[in-house]
Write a protein that binds this ligand. Structure first.
Ligand code: GLC
Length: 756
């Protein structure tokens, strides 16, 4: 039977209805055709225009450009010389700018509006480092969905998130923005966040395009110093840095963003190896790459480009498709192509990628579909988000220490003193990436505790100020180290209290971009205040609010209860109060090691064994150690206590197939509270073609157990978990001996060995 064209189309149509992947394939074909058709109509100037992104006139997330350029930016939009805007949000603002592009430029190509919706737009969820401590992938995905729902209602169709940079150095300010030190967990979280932002239908006005950033290795800057040099081997690149980016590509992330740093001598923005060889060819990424703020122009500072023109050429050749706020693409690319220094096919490739994402977002179908004022009013700060955002905040809290079960607090007849400027701070809990959320929109700890329905007497005394003056978003903070006003009142009040809650840590702007710290103890006079209170009343609960691991040796030795409460977002105070009073049994687990000393950094659990592994029992010094500090962290990766206790027993390993290991373990809740435990499974490959870490997280499972309840957990480790990348980037699995560790943290495990 001859199959006519109509017959084929009919069969294909039916097949698509029955098979979504064929449906998406047909949509891809349709979009590619539309892109080709539009590209054929565009002048070179209009093509280059799509590669040009300007910042709006409201917020700046980089060095402020000359404000005078605002007018020319609008003119360029009308000429079709702009493809995207960032930092323009709110239906009215976005609509005004979109109309210029759609109704006044020759081809009416809609702009794509990007914004840093890092952990919420106006309703702010916990900072990503806190969210990662929940280990709850479903809740993390939901958090991104909420962010997308709220941001898209305000006209935003693209977020510059998730930041998936692995980091091992708490001095770096942006550890608050990532998922910690582990690539396996970081990959799972990258997937969850991309899927949360982008949903199942990117053309829906309730979903937004996501960005995997910063590509690559931004978290490995020397000495934890912001924007600093990165020089790492390919073993670390392939096995630690790249996996979360690959997970984002596998989750169909639509965009990538360059990192500011050089990677092994080449600025990431101009690095053809990572952008074209790995990302676009080996990984077959078909979205587009946007530079970070002026990272194209900064290749001149790096000494890698002579001038802006040379930088534009090198960036495009390397595979950067869109230029954020350096202006070199729009100023130089047309003449570079006309002079034959840049091939037009490179421009066509970049523009096709950008147009494809705009088609997928539905912006060509309806450029105003994200622009309903009614929807914006009904969505922004809507209380329907509270349950999930508050729930994730509670799950992000990590109980670091709880001697003599000081926690949970009694709800009756206690005089509770709350101390610390942070306890009354309604902005710091929003973190440094709150850029759209208004100040003072977080529920503070004082509010959370005072509104909690307990029959306690709650008193608040601020104590000495943490910062001088009134810091604003961009400006530097001045930490108070001299003004002790408030000390006496705190000490007097502490004498009369049953329990003192010391809410100490970092101001919300002491972490985040541009905020590396050379010391990571409690800033200002806080440590002095803590020790002074301890003298008059040792019954202290230290509640930390911070954006990075801190050095807490004195507190760990003296303070009976320590709670890591990060910066938990809009519902911060409510979440902390529920945990302190036991209505939520803390379940968080650290995703970054807390050092004993600054000198231990960079510090990470999945280190290599070295040729002389540390052996404290060894008398001589010829082992990998310090003479003045332990090697181990103060609090390990995966550490987090509960008000109950979980007992691990009966670890069994078996080989179920040629390249897999079956792990079985019994867990029992031996305490008196219902609790959630994150069972962690670590692997050590004993002998390989390269030295392998002493342990690596390769599986985890969260279980909820009632008191006295026991469960057996069965987990399958396949070659996907047991293999690794060779220095040349090839993935390999090798038979041999493996040691499997299962436990409640990376430092508290049962272990067995097996050869397969
Ligand atoms: C900043 C950040 C980047 C952010 C961009 C736009 O410099 O490095 O993460 O998305 O500029 O605000």
């Amino acid at each position: 039977m001859k199959l006519t064209l109509m017959g084929f189309v009919g069969i294909f149509f039916i097949a698509c209805q029955q098979n979504p992947s064929l449906n998406s394939a047909s949509r891809d074909i349709e979009i590619n055709q539309k892109v080709e058709e539009l590209l054929s109509k565009m002048t070179l100037e209009e093509k280059v225009g799509q590669m040009n992104q300007y910042s709006g006139f409201m917020d700046f997330t980089g060095p402020e450009p000359d404000k005078g350029q605002a007018a020319s930016k609008l003119e360029h939009i009308k000429k079709g010389w702009v493809g995207s805007m960032l930092n323009v949000h709110g239906v009215e603002n976005v609509k005004a700018v979109q109309k210029m592009a759609v109704e006044e430029s020759r081809l009416g190509i809609p702009l794509i509006f990007g914004f840093d919706v890092i952990h919420g737009y106006k309703t702010i969820s916990p900072i990503p480092l806190a969210e990662s401590a929940s280990w709850d992938l479903k809740a993390i995905k939901r958090s991104a969905e909420i962010a997308a729902e709220e941001a898209s209602s305000a006209g935003i169709n693209w977020t510059f998130a998730p930041m998936v940079d692995i980091s091992r150095d708490a001095r770096w300010g942006r550890v608050m923005e990532g998922a910690g030190e582990d690539p396996f967990l970081g990959s799972k979280i990258a997937k969850a966040r991309v899927e949360g932002f982008q949903g199942n239908d990117l053309s829906s006005p309730h979903t937004i395009a996501a960005t995997a950033k910063h590509f690559a290795a931004y978290g490995f800057g020397d000495a934890g110093r912001e924007y600093n040099t990165v020089d790492i081997g390919t073993t670390t690149l392939y096995n630690t840095v790249l996996p979360p980016f690959k997970a984002a590509v596998d989750a169909d992330v639509k965009t990538f963003m360059n990192a500011f740093n050089v990677l092994n001598g080449i600025p990431a923005t101009g690095d053809e190896f990572i952008l074209r060889d790995i990302l676009k060819s080996h990984w077959n990424f078909n979205g587009f790459v946007v530079s970070d703020w002026d990272s194209v122009g900064e290749m001149v500072n790096h000494g890698y480009a002579f001038d802006g023109r040379d930088a534009a050429k090198k960036a495009v050749k390397a595979g950067t498709d869109m230029d954020m706020e350096s202006y070199h693409f729009i100023e130089e690319l047309v003449s570079l192509v006309d002079n034959g220094e840049v091939e037009e096919k490179s421009i066509d490739d970049a523009v096709s990628r950008i147009l494809r994402v705009k088609f997928e977002l539905g912006l060509f179908d309806d450029p105003y579909q994200y622009l309903s004022s009614d929807r914006e009013k009904q969505t922004v700060y809507n209380s329907k988000f509270k349950e999930d955002v508050l729930g994730l905040a509670k799950k992000s809290i990590v109980l670091l220490k709880n001697d003599n079960q000081l926690l949970p607090l009694s709800k009756e007849n206690q005089s509770i003193l709350i101390v610390g400027e942070l306890a009354n701070d309604k902005t710091s809990p929003l973190g440094s990436w709150r850029i759209a959320a208004e100040e003072e929109t977080a529920i503070s700890l004082v509010e959370g505790m005072k509104t909690y329905n307990s029959n306690n007497k709650i008193k608040y005394v601020q104590g000495p100020k943490l910062v001088n003056g009134d810091p604003k978003f961009i400006k530097q903070l001045k930490i108070n180290t001299t003004d002790r006003a408030g000390f006496t009142e705190v000490i007097q009040s502490a004498k009369d209290a049953d329990v003192v809650i010391m809410n100490l840590g970092e101001h919300g702007l002491q972490s985040g971009e541009g905020r590396s710290r050379a010391e990571i103890g409690l800033p200002g006079l806080q440590q002095e205040l803590l020790e002074a209170v301890y003298i008059v009343n040792p019954n202290i609960v230290l509640v930390l609010q911070n954006g990075r691991p801190l050095t807490l040796n004195w507190a760990d030795k003296h303070i009976p209860a320590i709670v890591e409460a990060w910066q938990l977002g809009t519902y911060s105070g409510l979440a902390i109060a529920e945990v302190l009073f036991g209505d939520y049994n803390p379940s968080g687990k650290l995703t970054m090691s807390f050092p004993r000393s600054l000198g231990q950094l960079p510090l990470y659990y999945n280190e290599l064994p070295t040729g002389r592994p540390n052996n404290p029992k060894q008398e001589d010094v010829f082992r990998s150690h310090y003479i003045d500090e332990e090697n181990s962290p103060l609090y390990a990766f995966g550490h987090g206590l509960s008000y109950t206790h979980f007992e691990y027993s009966n670890l069994k390993l078996s080989q179920t197939a040629s390249k897999s290991i079956q792990v079985s373990i019994d867990i029992k809740n031996t305490g008196k509270y219902l609790g959630t435990e994150t069972v962690q499974v670590y692997v050590r490959d004993k002998v390989a073609q390269i030295s392998r870490p002493v342990k690596e997280l390769k599986a985890f499972e969260q279980i909820e157990l009632k008191p006295n309840q026991q469960k057996t957990i069965d987990i399958q480790l396949t070659e996907k978990e047991l293999g690794y990348y060779l220095p040349n980037g090839d993935w390999i699995f090798e038979n041999g001996e493996f040691e499997i560790f299962v436990g409640t943290s990376s430092s508290e495990t049962l272990s067995e060995k097996i050869s397969i």
